[in-house]
Write a protein that binds this ligand. Structure first.
Ligand SMILES: *[C@@H]1O[C@H](CO)[C@@H](O)[C@H](O)[C@H]1NC(C)=O
Ligand SMILES: *[C@@H]1O[C@H](CO)[C@@H](O)[C@H](O)[C@H]1NC(C)=O
Ligand SMILES: *[C@@H]1O[C@H](CO)[C@@H](O)[C@H](O)[C@H]1NC(C)=O
Length: 216
């Protein structure tokens, strides 16, 4: 093997071993339920879950009965077969880093619990750029605009006309200057995150539509 191939191979091996790949981000909404799955592959004989370094739950087979500690006491539950930690009624301020020790060994990587807003009921609108976009313009774009702060991963959906299907697309879309596009009456958008979906935008009249041209 040439040195280049060798180092490429090493990188591949490290990737397969999952270095850094064990970090998991889990989103939760205020007062929601957080479920962290360590995906254990061997019979459990001991488990310790920690939040920001503080013990949340601990159990050692035949030695230490399952015990819950700290702020999550009374709201948390550990499954002693799967190792899954479930916390109910988790609050906005209670996110952060969780780690777990399985059978006396720290699981590599961390779980990061991130609070996000539920997008249910949030209003969105279709914004045309440039404002002067017309049937003759070369380059026009549409943006699905709304307040997406603290919304986590957001997906965007667009609909052509009244009867079109919702299709997943990007936040901004380009509308081309072709015959197909000119036949579309309007565009609508909506967005969703892991917990909810926005309202549907009002249908924005297609600025490229021939019928939207005012008679000369
Ligand atoms: C929190 O969630 C629980 C269970 O879903 C519900 O019974 C309770 O009313 C909620 N509390 C608040 C403040 O929303
Ligand atoms: C928009 O116009 C510019 C310049 O005319 C061009 O370079 C670019 O590719 C166009 N973008 C799209 C998405 O058509
Ligand atoms: C969408 O378009 C707006 C206006 O041109 C721009 O500010 C924004 O960064 C774009 N967003 C994305 C995700 O491309």
């Amino acid at each position: 093997m040439t040195p280049g191939v060798k180092s490429g191979f090493l990188v591949l091996v490290l990737l397969v071993l999952g270095v850094g790949a064990n970090d998991v981000t889990k989103y939760f909404e205020n007062n929601g339920t957080l479920v962290l799955d360590p995906k254990v592959s061997e019979p459990l004989t001991g488990i310790t879950w920690k939040h920001k370094g503080n013990i949340v739950a601990e159990w050692i087979k035949d030695k230490v009965p399952l015990e819950y500690l700290g702020d999550f006491k009374g709201r948390s539950e550990v499954d002693l077969t799967t190792g899954v930690l479930t916390i109910r009624g988790i609050k906005k301020a209670e996110g952060g880093e969780f780690t777990v020790e399985i059978n006396g060994r720290e699981r590599p990587g961390t779980f990061t619990a991130v609070w996000i807003r539920n997008l249910k009921g949030v209003k969105v609108e279709v914004v045309v750029r440039p404002l002067t976009c017309s049937a003759a313009s070369k380059n026009c774009s549409l943006e699905c605009e709304g307040d997406f702060t603290d919304a986590g991963p957001v997906r965007f959906f667009w609909k052509k006309g009244d009867k079109g299907r919702w299709e997943e697309k990007t936040k901004n879309i380009t509308i081309f200057n072709d015959e197909e596009t000119k036949k579309i009456e309007s565009f609508s958008c909506k967005a969703s995150n892991p917990f909810g979906e926005t309202e549907e935008s009002k249908a924005e009249k297609n600025p490229r539509s021939i019928s939207s041209c005012s008679p000369a």
